[in-house]
Design a binder for this molecule. Sequence first.
Ligand SMILES: C[S@@+](CC[C@H](N)C(=O)[O-])C[C@H]1O[C@@H](n2cnc3c(N)ncnc32)[C@H](O)[C@@H]1O
Length: 119
Amino acid sequence: MSNDLAPFWEKTYQEEDTVTFSNQPNGTVREFEHLIGMQSKILEVGCGEGQNALYLAGKGYQVDAFDLSEHGIAKLKHRCELSKTHLNAFVADLTTYQFQQTYDMILCFGTLHFVEKNG
Ligand SMILES: C[S@@+](CC[C@H](N)C(=O)[O-])C[C@H]1O[C@@H](n2cnc3c(N)ncnc32)[C@H](O)[C@@H]1O
């Protein structure tokens, strides 16, 4: 993707001091977190710079999180280091992602509408 066509977050994901969307979990995560068992394995798809994934990992859940954006994942890993929070963040495309394990909960916010239909 040329820089002209890159979404705005590709720039802000590279800025350490810029919060692209939020540094807090969103309202849906807060509303439903009481239903998540402590042993739950959680996957966040299209996690961006990771406010939800980071929050849930900080609560002690086992969290995997991926995004198409290398900059987003690099920023999330940096945020994990700073906050000494462990989660498994990696670059992947949800259109080709192959599950390696099962999850108790899969989150995906503000992402599915970016996937183009083929045919
Ligand atoms: C509007 S942002 C939302 C980020 C995050 N879910 C949040 O709520 O802050 C959309 C995200 O979807 C990611 N994305 C778009 N297409 C994707 C794909 N095919 N696979 C994985 N992530 C994708 C983008 O890189 C971007 O981080």
